[in-house]
Design a protein around this ligand. Structure first.
Ligand code: SAH
Ligand code: SF4
Length: 431
């Protein structure tokens, strides 16, 4: 496991590595990488382009989970592929369904590390909230993920794997029925280990014979808002989203994908140029004092720098506004004055913006309280009256700890004192 060095937490690359059995995951390789990988295992160069196109189609249009299911590839070729590769899906450790229909999966990767992924169905769309890291190097004071000690970046394969797995579960491959990997949440929201053993995940109930269509899909949007800071895992997030957006890959439009950052300013221009999806920024406070406290990366990249980077974000315009996320913490960042200041800042930097007000989601050991409904409404009204949209995000999946900021993969119970100690250690490491 690689843990970020003291000076720059961005350099934690983790490539699409071989597994213990020496095989590599086919998922997560770009078309160019896939072609090169086929040549490496002995596929003649003349054939490699055609073969990689076929494999790509089976992976992303048909959703097969076994090389053996790639029907139009010769048996010899499939055997060769089988010696060196697996299709590669994360293992589902637990699957829960909230009373509001939100689903959460705890996923385990080849090295045993775990991360969570959440599907939020709505009337007109279905949003998958995808993780980019195991844990997070940052330590926003209101975020459960930020209390995790260990962290590594997810590979492109592991990031794309979350989307593939959600499609498995939702039955969104051609001709597929939903795969039974969900179960009702225990009434207290806790995991029920016995029940999990009774219903293991069975991958791949696919029928590759039918036609591919994107009509009527449940999974329509992706937000990089799960565990971790996506811009501290830039290359892997970029490569994974390239596959998600590729018309011959998973085929989701960049307008339906949003990347949320806590404010990694030096990476924002590259995110605009090389990924190009919608941008959400976790602003959460309008003064240095409060943002330093609740979003500590602010000590490194302050509000002015952050808003300047937003104003330079390519593609941001009135049709494609930047979303400012603002968690509502009682008595901390929720005064009328804060709301007016937020409007002033958005105007000062001439930002095509909307504000997403997020009621604080509590977690064991959290030290904040959510602002009252009346306070949130008053805050929202001030911003609306200034002509800036400021909807209040309805909390989803709270009963299964799937709401914003409630994701955490290690089930360790830790004291407030230990949380503070970890926070101090993390800050020493990177500020
Ligand atoms: N690391 C990225 C994306 C993941 S968090 C980021 O920080 O932007 C997704 C959103 O949930 C962020 O805006 C984050 O600040 C917010 N969030 C974190 N903890 C929360 C909590 N307990 N209640 C409400 N929102 C929270
Ligand atoms: Fe990390 Fe985002 Fe949580 Fe902050 S809010 S600790 S950046 S996951």
């Amino acid at each position: 496991m690689q843990i970020p060095g003291p000076n720059d937490p961005t350099v934690v690359p983790r490539k699409n590595m071989a597994r213990a059995d020496g095989k590599r995951s086919l998922i997560g390789l770009s078309k160019v990488q896939l072609r090169a990988a086929l040549i490496e295992i002995g596929v003649p160069e003349k054939q490699a382009g055609m073969r990689s196109g076929q494999v790509w189609h089976w992976l992303y249009h048909r959703g097969v989970t076994q090389i053996a299911a790639m029907a139009n590839i010769s048996k010899d070729m499939r055997e060769l592929l089988d010696q060196h590769f697996v299709v590669g899906r994360p293992e589902v450790v637990t699957a829960q369904v909230s009373s509001d229909g939100t689903r959460k999966w705890l996923l385990r990767f080849d090295d045993g590390e775990e991360a969570e992924c959440v599907f939020i169905p709505d009337a007109w769309r279905g949003t998958l909230c995808v993780s980019s890291q195991v844990g997070c190097t940052l330590n926003c004071r209101f975020c459960f993920t930020g209390t995790m000690k260990l962290v590594r970046n997810l590979t492109a394969a592991e990031i794309v794997g979350q989307v593939m797995l959600a499609r498995d579960a939702l039955g969104e491959w051609p001709g597929a029925a939903p795969v039974a990997i969900t179960r009702p949440a225990a009434s207290d929201g806790a995991d029920d280990e016995d029940e999990e053993e009774d219903s293991p995940w069975v991958p791949g109930a696919h029928n590759p014979g039918s036609n591919y269509t994107s009509e009527g899909r449940m999974l329509t949007n992706i937000v990089m808002m799960g565990m971790g800071e996506p811009l501290y895992n830039f290359e892997n997030v970029r490569d994974a989203l390239a596959i998600v957006m590729d018309g011959e890959g998973l085929g989701l439009s960049k307008r339906r994908i949003t990347l949320s950052t806590s404010g990694v300013v030096p990476m924002m221009a590259r995110a605009g140029a090389e990924i190009g999806v919608n941008l959400a920024v976790s602003l959460h406070a309008v003064t240095k004092e409060i943002r330093d406290e609740i979003v500590p990366i602010n000590k490194k990249y302050g509000i002015e720098e952050l808003l300047t980077a937003c104003s330079e974000y390519p593609g941001a315009n009135n049709a494609r506004r930047i979303t400012f996320e603002y968690v509502m913490l009682a008595g901390k960042n929720d005064s009328d004055h804060d709301a007016h200041e937020l409007v002033r800042l958005i105007r000062k930097y001439r930002l095509p913006a909307k504000v997403n007000l997020i009621p604080f989601n509590p977690w064991p050991g959290s030290i904040y309280e959510c602002s009252s409904d009346a306070r949130i409404r008053a805050f929202s009204d001030i911003i609306f009256e200034a002509g800036i949209s400021a909807p209040v995000r309805r909390p989803r999946g709270r009963d299964i700890m799937a709401a914003c900021g409630q994701l955490k993969s290690a089930s360790e119970k830790i004291s407030r004192a230990e949380l503070d100690k970890r926070a101090a250690e993390k800050e020493e490491n990177w500020v």
